[in-house]
Design a protein around this ligand. Sequence first.
Ligand code: AMP
Length: 197
Amino acid sequence: MILIFLGPPGAGKGTQAKLISEKFDIPQLSTGDMLRSAVAAQTEIGKKAKAVMDAGNLVSDEIVAGIVSDRIEEDDCKPGFLLDGFPRTVVQAEMLDKILAGKGRQLDVVLELKVDEEALVERLNTRIEETKAAGLEVRADDNEETFRHRLGVYHEQTAPLIPYYQDKGLLKEVNGMASIDAVSAEIDGIFKELEKA
Ligand code: AMP
C-alpha cells in the first residue's frame, strides 16, 4: 500500500502516519524528518535546506523529490510506504507520479486531514509550553509567527493538491479535529472500504 497524508502543519499527520506505519508494517517517510536529519548531519542538502526550513518556506522540489526517490528504492519500501509531508506542491506531485510510474508502482490513497486552523494555533502554543516544561528544545520553526506563515504556504502551494488528487479519484477526507483514536478509527474505516472496492 502506498499512501499520502495531506493537511496543514500541525494537523496530526505525523501522529496518524506513525500509527498506520506500525499497523501495516510499512515505513513512514517524513520529508521534514529526513531534512532535519540532513541539517543535523550538516550534509550538502542540509546546509542548503536549513535557512529555508527555519523561515517556514519550502525546500526546492528537486531536492525533496530526489530524497524521496532514493528512499523508496530501499528494501523496506517494497511492501508499501506512507508519505508524510510530501508532495507539498503540484510540481512535486507530478514528480512523484513519474517516480512511481518509473518503478512500476502506484498510489493507493491520499488522506486529507481537515482541521480548524485557529484550533491548530492553540494546539501549537500548548505543544511549545509542554516542550519547554519538559526541558526539551523547541524546533526553530515552532513559533506562532512562523507557523502562520507555514499555514499561508500550505494554502498557496499545497492545497492545490486537493483538487489534483480529487480528479484522480484518490482523495479521502478525514476529520482531523477528533481525538487521535477517533481519527485513527475513521482511517481504518476508509481502508476497509478500499479493500471492498
Ligand atoms: P514538516 O516536518 O513536514 O512540517 O516539514 C518541516 C519543513 O521541512 C517544512 O516547513 C519545509 O521547510 C521542509 N519540507 C518538508 N517537506 C517538504 C517538501 N515536501 N517540500 C519542500 N519542503 C519540505
